[in-house]
Design a protein around this ligand. Structure first.
Ligand code: HT7
Ligand code: ZN
Length: 870
């Protein structure tokens, strides 16, 4: 397979003035007629005329009206063209009903829809399918279906046809078409400059009752982008369509966003609070792409983080504003550690801006998205809120209509703030998670003559805390080697630090230290007593902080830190140590930590959602990662036992407080998926899980029976299933009877049974579910419901007998022939395989080798397994 390199970038030899497409829809024989005006691109080097095209049956091609016979290969088409501008015409035939890869034009339950990012447009017609070739599009759709949609504004419609025109030049990956028997939930929005925008969420009949929340989220997103980034919507209509068969979450096609139905449809009865929050965030994300991605797009796919990192950063800001910043930050860091850290610390590690790939679909990763957003967060921390706002204004002003690069992005920050970002740029090119270690020194009487430290933090203690003491933090950074990058240079690390007095007062408020060297010290002068340092507040950089800190100090921070994230982190760190001691030498859980945590959890001056977050324990995958980092071989069974044991001890130790906590978490008002109620239910579900360990599921059964919303119903069902001994059987059957006709709820039914099973039964539960009559494995949501749940069950997936690996491999091999993109993404479940013992490694290797040896394996999956086996 061919490897593509960033360094090989070369502009396309032609520009496109306009694109006219006519679609004559038919499931097996759709005709696509393209009329495209090309003109030479004066800035491009000389090259042959080549158009991408895959799985297209060419019927006719012409240049300036004269028929030609181009050379057609599996990748595209070549032909001689005139020196000047010319009109290209091509008619091709495609078979959307046979398209199971869900890329290009395909069918989902009788509905036509498209997915063109990254390189799907080439399955629709011959075209320079690359993001730096932009054009306006006019589209005519002919088909015997009531709703015919494309990008831009509608320009005409009649019986069996509709025409659309998108006036904004766009790359082909933003093209979209939808046709089907759909109904709309409609509304409108007036932009601040007075444009009236028609808003529609299109769904299959029967789903119209699940659109109201998405519509509100859309309007909130539109308002927020105007208020916070000064960005207005720029067409007369904004359409969203819900599709059941979809490889990812959603797609930001210009004016016609297409969503996986699980990421837009919601109702209190069928969706959990987490679903609502995720839907709100994804609608915002896709909407925000209208500026960060569509109006300013990427020059090439290596620049993917330019749009994705920035848009994730923007949607995180939005969620913080809608739901509160503290728990949002905690959740984002949990997610980063669970998904991005393993990627960055394993065989799939790659820079935020990769330098080569075989299949770009394999680089829609947590590194590009979430680490890409973290990098922007650091940039904002370094230049300040005003600097960030000026840089973003300049970015939109300078690059509107461009296909831009990371260099362009950093240059606007340099020009707007006067900073040199040369070293900062390493965050885009160096893979791996930096390790940051810290040493503390305290000089009670720092002699006045002591030369100032190399980088004085210039922080003075407030008057009542003033003294002669100097507190110094000495940091060292090191990034371990990653594939293709043995040596790393120091990065710019913004380290947010605050200092607390032993009585809990903050003597130095949050200060951002800028570390640029491999080792660097920062001093704080004028202190009366040795402070307790709260380091990396708000998780100010995506690093692993290695800090020797006493349990007493961590318990102190857990109780007193004014930074909510570090309060949570102090507890996490104690939890990690406690669990690791149990895992490695059977030490019982740290009682002092449990008591300190209990104090926070029962403190009703704190919000329920923060208290709920405090109850989160490090995941079993995170513990395995930590053990591996410390040079131990993780034992998944021991990790499971320790985690379960700890939960049991928490329940016992806190037995007396649980009823009052459950009462406090009760919501009496009608269901609303807002931050306040969601926080209460989140706390309530954690408490119920603890109670279920004591009462065998009695309280959970009562909640299940009385539940009038999916959050309460599903959390109760999970507790009953975890209680084992058949406690969940009746509820599971009742749930099935109630929801068997709702595909999104049934995905939950499938997934939960695997997630809640004991390690020794989870693989057989998953295997049995794959034989269930409703296991439609070609539907990515259903496939993931069972098999991603298995991959996420640490102890079951890493079962010593290799059964977890084998089951997943069997299904990946089967799916690859139909849907390479989803298969390749799910292969990443194996990325940590080298952490485990020899027996497990041998079994995982065998599973990977079996996938690799599959005849006709897709390029997507082949690249992933090869990287993991190397
Ligand atoms: N920009 C999109 C990424 C994407 C995608 C979405 C759906 C199906 C296939 C896809 N390939 C790439 C989604 C986003 O980040 O907003
Ligand atoms: Zn995106």
């Amino acid at each position: 397979p061919q490897t593509i390199y960033l360094s090989d970038y070369k502009p396309f030899g032609w520009q496109i003035e306009d694109v006219h497409l006519t679609f004559r829809l038919a499931p097996e024989t759709t005709r696509v007629i393209a009329r495209i005006h090309f003109a030479p691109n004066p800035g491009a080097p000389a090259q042959d005329f080549f158009l991408h095209g895959e799985e297209l049956r060419l019927i006719r091609a012409a240049i300036d009206g004269a028929e030609i016979v181009p050379v057609v290969t599996a990748e595209g088409l070549r032909c001689p063209v005139p020196d000047g501008p010319f009109l290209w015409e091509a008619e091709v035939e495609i078979a959307p009903a046979a398209n199971t890869a869900l890329e290009g034009l395909y069918m989902s339950k009788g509905m036509y829809c498209t997915q063109c990012e990254a390189e799907g447009f080439r399955k629709i017609t011959f075209y320079p399918d690359r993001p730096d070739v932009m054009s306006t599009f006019t589209v005519r759709i002919e088909g015997d279906l009531p709703v015919l949609l494309s990008n831009g504004n509608p320009t005409g419609a009649g019986d069996g046809w509709a025409e659309w025109h998108d006036p904004w030049p766009k790359p082909a990956y933003l093209f979209a078409l939808v046709a089907g028997d759909l109904v709309a939930h409609s509304d409108s929005f007036t932009t601040r400059s007075g444009r009236a925008v028609a808003l529609n969420i299109w769904v299959r009949p029967g789903d119209e009752g699940k659109c109201a929340f998405g519509m509100e989220a859309l309007k909130k997103s539109m308002t927020w982008d105007e208020e916070v980034y000064g960005r207005e919507y720029d067409l007369d209509v904004f359409n969203i369509v819900a599709v059941d068969d979809f490889n990812m979450g959603a797609m930001e096609n210009k004016g016609l966003n297409i969503f996986n139905s699980s990421c837009v449809l919601a109702s209190p009865e069928t969706s959990t609070d987490d679903n609502f929050e995720r839907i709100e965030a994804i609608i915002a994300h896709e909407y925000f792409h209208n500026w960060t991605g569509n109006r300013i797009t990427c020059r090439d796919w290596f620049q993917l983080c330019l749009k994705e990192g920035l848009t994730v950063f923007r949607d995180s800001q939005f969620t913080s504003d809608m739901r509160g910043p503290e728990v949002k930050r905690i959740n984002d860091v949990r997610d980063l550690r669970a998904r991005q850290f393993p990627e960055d610390q394993g065989p799939l590690s790659h820079p935020v801006r990769p330098e080569s790939f075989q299949e770009i679909n394999n680089f829609y990763t947590a590194t590009v998205y979430e680490k890409g957003a973290e990098v922007i967060g650091m940039l904002k921390r370094l230049v300040g809120d005003d600097g960030y706002a000026r840089a973003l204004d300049l970015y939109f002003e300078r690059h509107d209509g461009d296909a831009a690069t990371i260099e362009d992005w950093l240059r606007v920050f340099e020009d707007a703030t006067g900073r040199d970002l040369g070293q900062f740029k390493r965050w885009y090119s160096q893979a791996g998670t930096p390790r940051l270690s810290v040493r503390e020194t305290w000089e009670p009487r720092a002699p006045a003559s002591t030369p100032p430290s190399r980088d004085p933090a210039t922080q003075e203690a407030p008057d009542q805390a003033r003294g002669d003491g100097r507190f110094t933090l000495s940091f060292t950074q090191h990034t371990p080697p990653t594939p293709g990058q043995p040596d790393k240079a120091p990065q710019v690390i913004p380290i947010a630090v605050g200092l607390l007095n032993p009585n809990g007062d903050e003597v130095v408020p949050t200060t951002v230290l800028e570390m640029t060297q491999a080792s660097q010290s920062f001093s704080f002068d004028g202190l009366a007593t040795r402070p307790v340092a709260s380091i990396l507040r708000g998780f100010s950089a995506p690093v692993v902080l290695e800090r020797e800190q006493s349990r007493e100090e961590r318990a102190f921070l857990l109780a007193h830190d004014t930074d909510a994230f570090n309060r949570w982190e102090a507890s996490q760190s104690l939890a990690r140590d406690s669990l690791l001691s149990t895992i490695t030498d059977g030490t019982p859980p740290d009682a002092a930590w449990l008591d300190a945590l209990h104090k926070v959890v029962t403190d009703s001056t704190l919000t329920p959602d923060f208290r709920s977050s405090m109850l989160d324990l490090p995941s079993q995958g995170e513990l395995a990662q930590l053990l591996h980092r410390r040079g131990n071989v993780p034992d998944p069974d021991a990790i499971w036992q320790a985690s379960e044991g700890l939960r049991g001890i928490m329940a016992e130790r806190w037995r007396a407080s649980l009823p009052a906590l459950a009462e406090e978490a009760r919501v009496d008002a009608p269901y609303r998926p807002d931050a306040e109620q969601t926080g209460k239910r989140a706390l309530g579900s954690k408490i119920l899980a603890l109670q279920s360990r004591l009462d065998g599921g009695k309280a959970a059964q009562a909640q299940f029976d009385a539940a009038d919303n999916m959050t309460l119903q599903l959390t109760a069902l999970a507790c009953l299933l975890r209680a084992g001994a058949g406690a969940g059987d009746a509820a599971l059957a009742a749930f099935h009877a109630q929801w068997k006709d709702d595909r999104l709820v049934m995905d939950k039914w499938f997934g939960l049974q695997v997630a809640c099973a004991e390690p020794d039964t989870a693989v057989s539960v998953a295997a049995a579910l794959t034989r269930h009559a409703d296991f439609d494995w070609r539907n990515p949501n259903r496939f993931r419901a069972v098999l991603s749940a298995l991959a996420g069950h640490h102890a079951a997936f890493h079962a010593a007998d290799g059964s977890g690996y084998d089951l997943l491999a069997d299904w990946l091999i089967r799916l690859d022939a139909k849907n390479p993109q989803t298969t390749a993404r799910m292969c990443a479940a194996f990325q940590t395989w080298k952490r485990y013992d020899e027996g497990r490694q041998a079994r995982a290797r065998a599973a990977l080798e079996r996938i690799a040896a599959t005849p006709g394996l897709s390029r997507d999956t082949n690249e992933m397994v090869t990287r993991m086996l190397t």
